[in-house]
Ligand binder design. Structure first.
Ligand SMILES: Cc1ncc(C[n+]2csc(CCOP(=O)(O)OP(=O)(O)O)c2C)c(N)n1
Length: 633
């Protein structure tokens, strides 16, 4: 690690550096990012793109008094390195280590946490208005990527800024990429500004002057610098109409220029937007060559950027392959993603059915309502949205799709823990938030083949449905060449048993089977059931087992509150069947980032925890197995 970075313990330490030293520091930061993330994984490309921007921001402003609000905050690693977390940086995204996003509890320099896109302008405006009301003078800066402007909330905020405050700085970090290429009219509009030759000529001379005089303090020089900064002004119709004074586009890698520009913007008594052009992945050729891959990834080779393949098809890939097959025979099938063609694997679908594929940008609400519209015209939309991001579109799911009973299929990728990404990305709520909505069918496959069958079932179903599947690879089941439809609302009995019934939803079916094995070892007859459907629940099956078993056990990879186990309890209660239900699932607190197995064990999602909770309901056996370490009643 280079010397300059070693001497940086807080942002104050970089303020004594010259521009040349800051450029050297930028180089050291890039090396640190590339090396560290090669071991931990993380958002390499976005962070390599904001090194100079972050340095210039910290050079000019004073956090924690001034406030930086980063959109998504996946690009806050450089900020972390500069704000007292350098020594712990190697722990990023590791269990017990630094979070991969901004976290208010992690540092006083993280004034706002995020992980979902489009929140920075609203949050920053809230802080600016609070400051104005309290008579404060601190600066509030929102840093948002170009893809954040595909999101409705950003525009809801823009609609309010000019009327709400005179002092807010928005930095638009434009690299022309979302995770995939950025899409839509706004992306085209920004591209037009960036590639306009007249603008770049004008700005070239203004920027040169600014650089020449920048950093000098004599009054007349400062005046000239200000004049030059004004030369960066280009009336961008869009942002000017929203009442923000637009500056740019500026080279987001020119530290000297950025510093002088921020010094100028800091003095403005009106909301301003700086359009900075950056290069995602700058300084690492593999990241420049493969923008999508290096947006966010697991460990890689620090020189070649090579990564290990998971060795087996992920759930997302099985989903995409199945959808290709289904679309081959169904001209009405369309696939929709909200800026996640890579994550959802729909980029495998796109080449097969380019006219049936829609990337609508980071716009989950629009994605769902757009799907509803298509469904009214006889199309069968498959909306592939991560479980965590569908939270954004809860009302469209209720009001537009389910209320009108439209045949939209929600393909909930990352249902369950998202692991290293942490609480903003864990998909633990969808069972609870979807289960209470009338008309929806909710399915959870236990393996890849069942996922294919459920997608086929959803295609045939004339109403709304959701199929939820985990991140990464599953058990590796062979997928049949042709999926078959499943009877809706019917569970699958995997193993018969008549003392305890263990229900394992989706990814937790193996845990249910393991519990049953452990019970069998102790002499209990345990049934293993794959519920398949959270809704409609197989009441017949429940009633049948309620006649014979002393308890049910439910395993689910979602929050217990309002979840699958709760559904079982409710159904038994409604049928007047008084059988205890031991529920295993996620407790009522947010779950930090970490390894899935460790987090499950630490949160009581384990066979051991189930045995302990179940013990009061187990009838004593005459000859308990001697080696048992558990005290079964
Ligand atoms: C609501 C929501 N949907 C999807 C995502 C997934 N996501 C994370 S970063 C990202 C792209 C961000 O692009 P941009 O804001 O331009 O920043 P860049 O990474 O290019 O610097 C997306 C789609 C998200 N975080 N939040």
């Amino acid at each position: 690690m280079g010397k300059l970075l070693d001497s940086v313990h807080s942002p104050a330490d970089i303020k004594r550096f010259s521009v040349a030293q800051l450029e050297k520091l930028a180089q050291e930061i890039r090396e640190t990012l590339i090396l560290t993330l090669s071991k931990t994984g993380g958002h390499l490309g976005p962070n390599l793109g904001v090194v100079e921007l972050t340095l210039a921001l910290h050079y000019v402003f004073e956090t924690p008094n001034d406030k930086f609000v980063f959109d998504v905050s996946h690009q806050a690693y450089v900020h972390k390195l500069l704000t007292g977390r350098r020594e712990r940086f190697g722990t990023i995204r590791q269990p017990g280590g630094l979070n991969g996003f901004m976290l208010r509890t992690e540092s006083e320099h993280d004034c706002y946490g995020a992980g979902h896109a489009g929140t920075s302008l609203s949050a920053a405006l809230g802080m600016a208005v609070a400051r104005d009301l309290a008579g404060g003078r601190e600066h509030v800066v929102a840093l948002a990527g170009d893809a954040a402007f595909t999101n409705g909330i950003s525009f809801e905020a823009l609609n309010n800024i000019a009327e709400s405050t005179n002092r807010l700085i928005v930095v638009l970090n434009d690299n022309e990429w979302s995770i995939d290429r950025n899409v839509g009219a706004i992306a085209k509009y920004l591209h037009k500004i960036v590639t306009n030759e007249r603008v770049s000529h004008l700005h070239g001379s203004a920027a040169k002057l600014l650089e020449r005089v920048g950093g000098k303090t004599a009054a007349n020089v400062v005046k000239r610098a200000e004049g030059a900064a004004k030369g960066l002004l280009w009336p961008s119709g869009l942002f000017e109409e929203f009442g923000l004074t637009y500056y740019g586009p500026v080279d987001g890698h020119n530290i000297g220029l950025l510093i002088e520009t921020f010094k100028f913007l800091k003095q403005q008594d009106r909301p301003v937007l700086l359009h900075a052009i950056t290069q995602k992945g700058r300084g690492f050729q593999p990241a420049l060559d493969k923008q999508k891959k290096f947006h966010g990834l697991g460990p890689y080779h620090p020189e070649t950027g090579e990564t290990k393949s998971p060795g087996q098809r992920t759930y997302s890939e099985v989903f995409a392959d199945t959808l290709v097959k289904l679309a081959n025979n169904n001209p009405k099938l369309v696939a929709i993603t909200g800026a996640m063609p890579n994550g959802t694997a729909l980029d495998l679908f796109r080449p097969h059915h380019p006219t049936k594929y829609f990337d609508v940008g980071i716009a989950e609400e629009h994605a769902v309502i757009f799907a509803a519209g298509m469904a009214t015209r006889g199309y069968k939309p498959f909306c592939a949205i991560y479980s965590t991001f569908l939270q954004r579109a809860f009302d469209p799911v209720v009001h537009d799709v389910c209320l009108q009973n439209l045949p939209v299929v929600f393909c909930l990728d990352r249902g369950g823990l998202s692991g290293d990404d942490g609480p903003t990305h864990h998909g633990l709520f969808d069972v609870s938030y979807l289960r209470g909505i009338p008309n929806i069918v909710h399915m959870d496959p236990a393996d890849e083949d069942e996922l294919a069958d459920m997608l086929y079932t959803a295609m045939l179903h004339d109403g709304p449905s959701a199929v939820r599947y985990p991140r990464g690879v599953g058990p590796g089941a062979d997928v049949k060449p042709h999926p078959v439809p499943l009877p809706i609302g019917k569970a699958k009995v995997v193993r018969e048993g008549d003392e305890i019934a263990v229900l394992g939803l989706g990814a937790l079916l193996p845990m249910a089977a393991e519990l049953a094995d452990r019970l069998e070892e102790r002499g209990y007859s345990a049934a293993v059931i794959n519920p398949r459907f959270v809704k409609p629940l197989d009441r017949e099956m429940l009633a049948e087992y309620a006649k014979k078993v002393t308890a049910f056990v439910t395993f689910e990879d979602c929050v217990l509150m309002g979840g699958f186990g709760s559904a079982v309890l409710e159904a038994l209660n409604e049928m007047g069947l008084d059988v205890p239900v031991v529920r295993i699932g996620w407790p009522d607190h947010f779950v930090e980032h970490g390894k899935v197995d460790q987090l499950r064990a630490a949160n009581g999602i384990s066979v051991e925890a189930a045995l302990e909770k179940l013990s009061p309901y187990l009838k004593p056996k005459r000859r308990p197995v001697a080696h048992s370490s558990l005290h079964l009643a």
